[in-house]
Design a protein around this ligand. Structure first.
Ligand code: ASP
Length: 358
């Protein structure tokens, strides 16, 4: 009798292990598959940077071009999710569309550093496993978000930088381009203007490099957060960093917890703005932590972190985020942020300035 009882217990515990294999893939926490009682079966949100984006400085044709590219990008991810694809896949392909567009400060269209080079940063995070990958200061990778994903999936590391990251990219067979691929006249001219302004700026101020007068040229990062039909959240961010950056400066975008964060228990976040503040405020993780430990809703957490904490620190920028029910928050304290959201019914919200346009 005792024998039968112990065999039964063993059998039951074995089958329980099989149902929850998340411990086997190196997950830090075992997050159970979400109950599919969501508000949204799946959802996706993107940004194309935050800053002083004003209607009066925008031409109709440029506005149309941004709207079209944001729509194309979000629909790319939407279709993947609609067809049952993963949130990680949706995040990468959506970001690829924006990385390949000269409109954004990311890959093609990235800002120039002080020496006239493009140095790219990106990161991605899987909300199911809390696994993450990131790259910083790469100069010849066509789509840095894909390399961040390779770091997450095919290395034991989280963040690779510079030459080493580029060597890893070659090993993984990623598309390598000549650095001249990233050149755009608009960004080059922006650097020249900044260099001119620097000549007359006070040399001794610690903030001369980040002079508020010239800071608008440094925005335009791209990011995406997606929730798939299995309830898995993923988030990613890709950027050229800040115009006129020096000394191999690295911003928040490749820093997990600052520029990117995803956790199925709470939310996914991608940040854009003045990276030094996002790093010091650990903005993306802070939002998740307020939800996890403080019981806040996504709206409450993003409002507290962006409108109060970041603003009080003097930081500028914004975030896009989804909670694990597909609720969205697109919060920013700058005049504008390129952004779009689609729910599972295919309804699109799109905005550039304070108010949503669609
Ligand atoms: N956060 C980025 C950085 O500091 C810039 C941006 O989002 O525009 O590198």
């Amino acid at each position: 009798m005792k024998h039968i009882f112990y065999s039964l217990v063993l059998l039951l515990s074995l089958s329980a292990c099989k149902e929850n294999p998340s411990g086997e893939d190196g997950a830090m926490t075992s997050t159970p598959e979400k109950q599919r009682d969501s508000v949204q079966d799946f959802a996706i949100v993107i940004h194309g940077g935050a800053g002083t984006i004003l209607k009066e400085n925008m031409t109709d044709s440029l506005e149309t071009a941004y709207e079209a590219k944001l729509t194309e990008a979000i629909q790319t991810g939407y279709k993947i999710l609609q067809n049952g694809g993963t949130s990680l896949e949706a995040v990468q392909r959506t970001i690829n569309v924006m990385e390949n567009s000269p409109l954004f400060n990311s890959a093609k269209g990235a800002v120039f550093n002080h020496e006239g080079k493009n140095e790219l940063d990106a990161s991605i995070m899987d909300g199911k496993t809390l696994n993450a990958g990131a790259v910083a200061g790469v100069t010849n990778i066509k789509n840095p978000i894909n390399l961040a994903n390779e770091v997450m999936v095919n290395s034991e590391h989280v963040l690779l930088s510079g030459k080493g990251a580029e060597e890893f990219a070659e090993e993984q067979g990623l598309e390598i381009v000549d650095p001249s691929y990233f050149f755009t006249q608009k960004r080059y001219d922006a650097l020249q203007r900044t260099l001119e302004q620097e000549k007359t700026a006070k040399k001794d101020t610690k903030t001369a490099f980040y002079d508020p007068f010239i800071k608008d040229d440094k925005y335009g990062t791209v990011g995406c957060v997606a929730l798939d039909k299995n309830g898995n959240l993923a988030a990613g961010t890709s950027t050229g960093g800040m115009n006129n950056k020096r000394y191999n400066r690295i911003g928040d975008s490749p820093i997990i917890g600052a520029g990117t964060y995803a956790n199925n228990k709470t939310c996914g976040v991608s940040s854009t703005g003045w990276g030094e503040y996002f790093m010091r405020g650990l903005v993306a993780y802070d939002i998740s932590a307020m939800m996890e430990y403080g019981g806040k809703s996504l709206k409450e957490a993003t409002d507290a972190v962006i409108q109060k904490k970041l603003t009080n620190m003097g930081g500028t920028g914004g975030i896009i985020s989804l909670d694990n029910n597909g609720n969205v928050s697109m919060e920013f304290n700058t005049p504008g942020m390129y952004r779009a959201y689609m729910n599972d019914k295919g309804e699109l919200q799109l905005g550039i300035y304070k108010e949503l346009q669609k």
